[in-house]
Ligand binder design. Structure first.
Ligand SMILES: [Zn+2]
Length: 166
């Protein structure tokens, strides 16, 4: 992340003018890509090593070391990529996102409570540009398979990400 450049919220202005209509529908309008459509699901099966960046603003969001094959149809991660940044806000503390809404800081991600569709969920967005990524699901028991600290499932639209192989 280039901290000297102030990136506006994706709802206001795209940083990347090359986003497709489908990408805009997911990233700005909080849509969901079709299940099992992401090319990154292969990476889960083949343990392809690399990093995942916000497609709008190139911020590092996830790493393959925290990716797993949940079988849910969308790229799945245990945690976000740990990141050094200039916000001065610690993970787990409140921070105001680029959209002006208050959320919780999670490395380069911001978590917002989401009660749309009549469910209590946690929405995840890019902290740098507020691009919609997906949701976090808890209490599914993944820690029994993967160990302590790996119980969460970050269910991410692959269309919101760029992948760079290590
Ligand atoms: Zn972004």
């Amino acid at each position: 992340m280039n901290s000297s450049v102030e990136i506006p919220a994706i709802q206001t202005k795209f940083t990347n003018n090359n986003l497709s209509a489908q990408e805009i529908r997911v990233m700005r309008d909080k849509g969901t890509e079709r299940p099992n459509s992401s090319p990154f699901l292969i990476n889960e099966k083949e343990n392809t090593s690399g990093k995942y960046y916000c497609k709008n603003c190139d911020t590092l969001l996830y790493e393959s070391a925290n990716m797993f094959d949940s079988g849910c149809g969308w790229p799945s991660f245990h945690t976000s990529s740990s990141a050094v940044d200039s916000t001065g806000v610690k993970n787990g503390e409140y921070i105001v996102g680029k959209s002006g809404k208050q959320g919780i800081k999670d490395n380069n991600i911001i978590q917002y409570p989401d009660t749309s569709l009549g469910m209590a969920r946690t929405e995840i967005c890019c902290l740098n540009c507020d691009s919609h990524l997906g949701h976090i699901f808890t209490g599914e028991g993944w820690e029994k398979l993967f160990g302590e600290g790996k119980g969460n499932r970050y269910c991410v639209n692959g269309i919101s990400l760029n992948f760079e192989k290590n």
